[in-house]
Design a protein around this ligand. Structure first.
Ligand SMILES: [Fe+2]
Ligand SMILES: [Fe+2]
Length: 300
């Protein structure tokens, strides 16, 4: 079984400044002047070609499709994503997709924008009293999606997943007898020692979540949010792969090792490959994985 993991696509969609409100204004200015030129659409087109040639059983996208959650960004992003939207696709939102109260569905009774545009590819929604839990089955594997995001001030990008969501997830997997699952959440549960996050950027309660997951660990935890790739091998504290495919569509530089991962699962173990854009070939090609084997106490 082959799974492709993409993240943080941050599509370059342009719209008039006059259509922006509140925190979207500094957010969009920052994006326009600092980031947009790092995201040429040609990289996305090359990803589509590579993904199609890999013919995966599933395409997983772990959030940050947009930049400031503008309705037009969603509209255009859906068109751009069209070649990879199908039965195999599983998407979760990132903090940039829940940028404002209105986009996050916290004003009035309208659906959040992400659900409005992408529900068919977000998996089955597991009914909970409160909160987000979505699942998609691919063969004997369950893909479990969490939403660690909420609208915050422009200076913050932290995440949080309630402990009750972890309990509900483990109960659901037990009840459905799903022994093998992959957890997909936008915020990292682990960082390499040299890429630690500030408290304004990280998932606040990730160590509590990691502790609860020990009862029934996933095979892998797929995420984005920090825009450079990595893979952590399973260790006693987090006995699963931690895989970061952000930011798949960004031009690489010293601090941003961009690309995406292919996970091949044979029923007992994973073989992971990394693909990055090759300037010489003008295509995504297999390249060296950026991997870590950590002791339990590192990378907290
Ligand atoms: Fe991002
Ligand atoms: Fe993010």
């Amino acid at each position: 079984m082959k799974l492709v993991h993409l993240s943080d696509l941050h599509f370059p969609v342009v719209f008039p400044f006059t259509s922006l409100k509140g925190k979207m204004i500094p957010g969009y200015l920052n994006y326009t002047f600092r980031r947009r030129k790092k995201y040429p659409i040609s990289l996305w087109n090359a990803i589509v070609r590579k993904v199609q040639s890999l013919n995966p059983d599933s395409i997983i996208i772990s959030g940050d499709i947009t930049n400031v959650s503008h309705w037009k960004e969603y509209n255009e992003s859906k068109k751009i994503l069209e070649p990879v939207l199908g039965d195999k696709t599983f998407m979760i939102p990132g903090n940039h997709d829940r940028y404002t109260d209105i986009a996050a569905g916290k004003k009035g009774s309208d659906l959040p924008y992400y659900e409005n545009f992408f529900s068919p590819w977000m998996g089955e929604s597991i009914p909970l009293q409160n909160g987000y839990l979505r699942v998609k089955k691919i063969g004997k594997l369950a893909l479990v999606g969490w939403d660690s995001n909420m609208p915050l001030s422009v200076l913050n990008a932290y995440g949080y997943v309630g402990e009750e969501i972890v309990h509900s997830t483990l109960e659901y997997l037990e009840k459905e007898k799903l022994d093998h699952y992959i957890l997909i959440c936008h915020h990292p549960i682990w960082n390499p020692p040299e890429r630690q996050e500030s408290s304004g950027h990280k998932m606040k309660n990730r160590e509590e979540i990691a502790e609860l997951l020990k009862k029934r660990p996933p095979l892998a935890y797929l995420h984005g949010h920090v825009h450079t790739n990595w893979v952590k091998y399973p260790d006693p504290g987090k006995p699963y792969y931690v895989i970061n495919s952000a930011s798949s569509t960004r031009i690489s530089d010293q601090r941003h090792q961009s690309g995406f991962h292919l996970l091949e699962w044979n029923g007992t173990q994973f073989n992971i490959k990394r693909f990055a854009f090759s300037n010489e070939e003008g295509e995504f090609t297999e390249t060296q994985m950026i991997s870590y084997e950590e002791k339990e106490t590192n990378g907290r």
